[in-house]
Design a protein around this ligand. Sequence first.
Ligand SMILES: C[S@@+](CC[C@H](N)C(=O)[O-])C[C@H]1O[C@@H](n2cnc3c(N)ncnc32)[C@H](O)[C@@H]1O
Ligand code: SF4
Length: 416
Amino acid sequence: MGHSIKQSLSLNKVTANKVSLAPALSSKPIETLYIHIPFCHTLCRFCSFHKIKFNEQVAREYFVALRQEIRTVIAQGYQFNRVYIGGGTTTILEDELIKTIELIKSITPIREISCESDPIYFKEGNPQLLKGLVDRMSIGVQSFDDKILKASGRFEKFGSGLQQAEYLNQAIEIIPTVNVDMMYGFDIQTPESVSQDLQHAIRLTPDQITTYPLTVGMGKNKKKAGQLAGNPNALWPQYLAVKNTMAESYNMEFPWTFSRSFGDKVENKYVLDDEDCFGVGSGAFGRFADQFNVSSFDIDHYIKRIQAGLSGTCYTKELTSKSLIQHHLMMMMGHGILDNDLFKTHTGQSLWQAFPIELSFLLSVGALTKDGNNYHTTTAGQFIALKMFSGFLSGMDYLREQARDLPLQQQSIQTA
Ligand SMILES: C[S@@+](CC[C@H](N)C(=O)[O-])C[C@H]1O[C@@H](n2cnc3c(N)ncnc32)[C@H](O)[C@@H]1O
Ligand code: SF4
């Protein structure tokens, strides 16, 4: 699986794009507009996301270019259901963030605006200003255990676990929907300590909790994150601890995302319907249908492209149908139901036509149980979905490594 992810995410055969953004082909809204803010004050040891050390002048120029790119995207007829602002540290220049959200709201209708944040923003920033602008905030806590915060370089930046709990309480008072990111798979964690950590998060009653297995990338991040990671065999008992701890008061949506249980039954919605994503900003990825888009990872280069009227998408790559359906399999297994009719409507193939080897394997190891024409994921199957998810995150890390190394002049050699 890791090998095939690596192959499908290889950027060997990308096409450089040196044209302006083409008008939208359809008036149907794309599910997500992803906006990347690539700045952090200091860098955490495990993190392989695209970010550089904060420099105010560069960051302000960046936000100006970003708003220009967003205006062009909307003017070319693209519409979106929701906006996701990720980083980096999205709140690093609160006034610029607010200006950007206000711009979006003034030029296009949006159902939901979601934004990532570190916890200390709720002490040092002015989060009241985000009222009415941000519907959902995803806050990275990772752990309340000071040993883990110190090992990953977050204690000095964001304070102790207890302090972060205070900041989180404030966030929950201000922001309509709060998600907390937690991590496991560190070498000093045990199933008991993972469970205690999550109990701490649950006591604060955030709407959602995302539990990330620490991912050791395939590129340069491998060494840094690898020093923090525990034995891969320790992940299974830790996953069981996550699942059991969350079960009392949260619904599992995927083996890595949980929502507070309000007694509603989880809808059997076809999860692949809402995956298309258009990325803007330096270091953003986007995907719709079988095309994968990558923006420039060099911030000056990104700003110059936008100023020159070029599309923010610097490179494109056609995705193979094999890599697309593998992603479908991960999402369906994570969701818990492989529904044959829905899959056929969506892809034109039955599950057995699409996954003959995979289904035989998953049934033989007890990862799936048969239910008429459909299949349900067992706990072992959820764990396999989680490992696939971790492989996917690792693949994204590999993609970022390659994208950073793509020569900038490549755009003038090959043109789309
Ligand atoms: C890009 S970060 C942005 C959040 C914000 N800057 C913060 O640190 O609180 C989004 C989330 O990715 C997760 N993450 C980052 N590096 C990871 C890794 N190597 N493995 C698993 N999850 C990771 C963390 O849970 C983090 O909260
Ligand atoms: S985890 Fe968040 S704060 Fe830490 S380096 Fe990554 S983006 Fe920046």
